[in-house]
Design a protein around this ligand. Structure first.
Ligand SMILES: C[S@@+](CC[C@H](N)C(=O)[O-])C[C@H]1O[C@@H](n2cnc3c(N)ncnc32)[C@H](O)[C@@H]1O
Length: 299
């Protein structure tokens, strides 16, 4: 009996789904934009169709319209949480943009100690952290810089993303060997240990400094993330149109301490002006320093 059922499921998985017409594509693009803010260009249609199709086959749904309806029904939120992971891009790696990380190092090396406590502390935020590599990279860079300073210090990292599945991977902090190629051997030794002779587990020392949380970047203004010294947001803004990119940056700036550092992906937002953000003059890094309190009326 079981094998008959298995065969039926396998056959279903292999059956091609119907073509997605332009009207349906635009309906799915609107849903994606409404819920995540991201804009899918027409050339990404095959990415959407393939990934929607895979998920629909998994749950035995044969029509785009029925699946669309399901997402707004009672089961909608649960299913959306699974789908959002499939239709967003999660590519990431450790030490992805070394020149931006040099700026982090420089900031942490120079940050003055608090006059009352005598401690140096840094709060950083990896916005759209995907599966966690970016957050762990920031943690290693900050920890190494503090060790070189040799003073009493503390750091914490907030790592957020819209995809629950990616956050789960980040929280586990367990990565296959092939993902470790960009790490210096001494960092690998200091912050990871090998599990079952193949995977690398991030040390508890780093993991307990990182808080992974679900957050849609479109809701940043209302989120209680506190004031940050460093906001690191790379390879996210490219999925939004220009007005939305500018709004996201303005909203992130509200969560930045005066003097704090906002690092974006180079080329992701050109010619942005903001009265309280000073652009850092660097040929290969797109970054801003917050000058003072943000005027709350600034739109
Ligand atoms: C290409 S990855 C970038 C990962 C990392 N920042 C890096 O540069 O390596 C983009 C991430 O943005 C997330 N994302 C997409 N839309 C989002 C939104 N509206 N709010 C928060 N995260 C979002 C995706 O889930 C994905 O993990």
């Amino acid at each position: 009996m079981k094998s008959v059922q298995k065969k039926v499921t396998e056959t279903r998985l292999l059956e091609p789904l119907p073509e997605m017409d332009e009207q349906q594509f635009s309906q799915w693009m609107d849903l994606l934009e409404e819920r995540t803010g991201t804009v899918l260009p027409p050339e990404r249609k095959s990415f959407l169709v393939t990934n929607l199709g895979l998920r629909m086959r998994e749950i035995g749904c044969r029509s785009y319209q029925d699946y669309y309806k399901m997402l707004s029904g009672v089961q909608g939120l649960k299913e959306w949480n699974i789908l959002v992971d499939r239709i967003t891009v999660h590519e990431t790696r450790f030490f992805r943009h070394p020149t931006s990380l040099d700026l982090v190092r420089e900031y942490v090396a120079k940050k003055p100690a608090d006059q009352n406590s005598g401690h140096v502390s840094v709060q950083a935020w990896s916005v759209a952290c995907s599966t966690g590599e970016e957050a762990y990279t920031l943690a290693m860079v900050i920890d190494q810089t503090f060790k070189q300073r040799g003073e009493s210090s503390y750091f914490g990292i907030t790592a957020t993303d819209i995809s629950p599945a990616s956050l789960m991977t980040g929280r586990k902090g367990l990565y296959p060997q092939r993902r470790m190629k960009d790490l210096e051997p001494d960092l690998l030794e200091e912050y990871f240990h090998v599990v079952e002779k193949k995977d690398y587990q991030v040390s508890d020392y780093l993991r307990k400094r990182i808080c992974f949380a679900r957050m849609n970047v479109m809701d940043i203004v209302d989120e209680p993330v506190g004031q940050m010294d460093i906001i690191y947001c790379q390879n996210l803004l490219i999925y939004f149109d220009r007005p939305t990119r500018t709004d996201i940056v303005k909203n992130m700036a509200r969560h930045l301490m005066p003097g704090g550092l906002l690092i974006l992906g180079s080329g992701e937002l050109l010619n942005m002006e903001h009265p309280e953000l000073e652009k850092i003059n660097h040929p290969r890094v797109l970054a801003y320093r917050r000058l003072k309190e943000i005027d709350k009326d600034y739109e």
